[in-house]
Design a protein around this ligand. Structure first.
Ligand code: PLP
Length: 387
C-alpha cells in the first residue's frame, strides 16, 4: 500500500528534520535586504554563538559542508604553506584533496580507517617542523564513525604558530565541542547532519589567531572570502543572496536547541548511541571504530553477509535507509546515524529493521535481543530524566 510507505532516514546526512522546522521554511519568500530580514539575521548570528560555544562571529554560505572547508583553506593559507592533515577516512581525504587543489604542502598523518589519531603524532611533527601553518582534522570522521581527540590536539597546537581547523560537520550539536574553551581556531559545520536541517548551508567561525593568519593569506577567493562577509555583517546583511528559506528553518532550529539546552541535547545523542552499541553487542556484532562518535554507530558486517543486498532490501522494500561503507569499506560496514530529529523510539525502529534484515539475509540473530538491550539503556535514562 503505497500511501503507507514511510521512509526512515538513518543515513549520516541528510537526516530527518522536525515537521515544524520544515513548515517554517514554507513561508512566502522575504527579501534579504529588508529590515525584517536583518532582524532575523541578527537573531541567527547570536544563536549560532550558543551552538558553537564562542563569542566570535559565525559566517555561513549557501553550500554543502565542503564549501566551508574550502573557505577555511582559501582564507587562512598561501601557496606552499605546510599543513598537517589527519587522513583516516573519506573526509580526511577531502582535506588532502582541497589542500592539493590550492597548492599547499600537506604532511599527511595516515591513520588506519577505524582508528583515532594519537595526539603525540601531531605533536611530533609540530616539534620537528617549526613552519607548520595548520592542523586539519575531523571531529567525527563520518566514513568510519571515529571520534578524534580534538581537545588534546588543540592543547598541543595552542602553543605553536599553527591553527587547528576542525571539520565538525557531523559533530557540532551532537556532542560537546566548545570552541572558545578548547581553543579551537576554526570550526566548520553544515546544515544536513548534526544540525538537523535540510542540506544547503555551511558555517565557519574563526578565532583571533585564525583571523590574524587570514590577513596574510594569498590564495585567491571570491564567494568564500570571509573579509567580504565580515564587511556585510557590519551592515547587518550578507555579501550575497543568502538561502533565505533555509535560514528561516535555521532560526527555528537554533531556538529549539537553546530551549532544550546543549547539555540535554548531548545527553540525548549519547543515550541513542550507547543504546545502539549495546544492541549491537547483544547481537554478537562488532562496532567498527576504536573510539566511536555519538553521531553514528558503525557496525562491522559479519563475513559472508551480502551487505549491499541487505541495505537495498531494507531501503526499497521497508523504507528503512541505512548507509553502507565507502571505498575499501564497501560491503564491510553498515552505518546507522543518530544525528537529526531522532527520538528514542526511532532507534528501536532501526534495530528492529536490522534484526529482521540480518535474519532474512542469512545471519541468524535472536529476534528482539538487540532491542531489549537498547530498551534497558533507554528505560534507565527515562527514569532518570522524567521520574
Ligand atoms: C558530510 C561531511 C562533509 C561534507 O559533505 P557535504 O556533502 O559537502 O556536506 C565533510 N566532513 C564530514 C565529516 C562530513 O560528515
Amino acid at each position: 500500500m503505497e500511501f503507507l510507505n514511510k521512509r526512515y532516514l538513518f543515513t549520516p546526512g541528510p537526516v530527518p528534520v522536525a515537521e515544524d522546522v520544515l513548515l517554517s521554511m514554507a513561508q512566502p519568500i522575504t527579501h534579504h535586504r529588508l529590515p525584517e530580514f536583518s532582524e532575523i539575521l541578527k537573531e541567527i548570528r547570536e544563536d549560532l554563538k550558543y551552538l558553537f560555544q564562542t563569542k566570535k562571529e559565525i559566517y555561513f554560505f549557501a553550500s554543502s559542508g565542503t564549501g566551508a572547508m574550502e573557505s577555511a583553506i582559501v582564507n587562512l593559507f598561501s601557496p606552499q604553506d605546510k599543513v598537517i592533515i589527519v587522513v583516516g577516512g573519506k573526509f580526511g581525504q577531502r582535506w588532502l584533496e582541497l589542500s592539493q587543489t590550492y597548492n599547499l604542502d600537506p604532511i599527511v598523518i595516515e591513520v588506519p580507517w577505524g582508528k583515532a589519531v594519537k595526539p603525540e603524532e601531531v605533536e611530533k611533527i609540530l616539534k620537528t617542523k617549526k613552519d607548520i601553518k595548520g592542523v586539519l582534522i575531523q571531529a567525527c570522521e563520518t566514513s568510519t564513525g571515529v571520534k578524534h581527540p580534538i581537545k588534546e590536539i588543540a592543547e598541543i597546537v595552542k602553543d605553536t604558530p599553527a591553527v587547528i581547523v576542525v571539520d565538525a560537520i557531523s559533530a557540532l550539536g551532537v556532542y560537546d565541542l566548545p570552541m572558545d574553551k578548547w581553543g579551537l581556531d576554526v570550526v566548520i559545520t553544515g546544515s544536513q547532519k548534526a544540525l538537523s536541517l535540510p542540506p544547503g548551508l555551511s558555517f565557519i567561525a574563526f578565532s583571533d589567531k585564525a583571523q590574524d593568519m587570514a590577513k596574510k593569506s594569498r590564495l585567491p577567493k571570491y564567494y568564500f572570502d570571509l573579509q567580504r562577509e565580515k564587511k556585510a555583517y557590519e551592515k547587518n546583511t550578507t555579501a550575497f543572496t543568502p538561502a533565505v528559506s533555509l535560514l528561516i528553518g535555521l532560526r527555528k532550529m537554533l531556538k529549539r536547541i537553546k530551549e532544550i539546552g546543549l547539555e540535554k541535547l548531548f545527553k540525548h545523542y549519547q543515550i541513542l548511541s550507547l543504546a545502539c552499541r549495546k544492541a549491537v553487542s547483544a547481537l554478537n556484532l562488532e562496532i567498527f571504530p576504536e573510539v566511536p562518535s555519538e553521531s553514528l554507530t558503525v557496525i562491522k558486517t559479519p563475513n559472508g553477509l551480502n551487505t549491499g543486498e541487505l541495505l537495498k532490501f531494507l531501503r526499497s522494500k521497508l523504507g528503512v535507509v541505512f548507509a553502507g561503507g565507502q571505498d575499501h569499506l564497501k560491503g564491510k560496514i553498515l552505518r546507522i546515524t543518530h544525528m537529526g530529529n531522532q527520538s528514542l523510539f526511532d532507534l528501536l525502529i532501526a534495530l528492529s529493521a536490522l534484526e529482521m534484515g540480518l535474519n532474512l539475509f542469512g545471519y541468524k540473530v535472536p529476534l528482539g535481543k538487540g532491542i531489549k538491550s537498547a530498551e534497558e539503556v533507554i528505560l534507565n535514562y527515562i527514569k532518570e530524566e522524567y521520574l
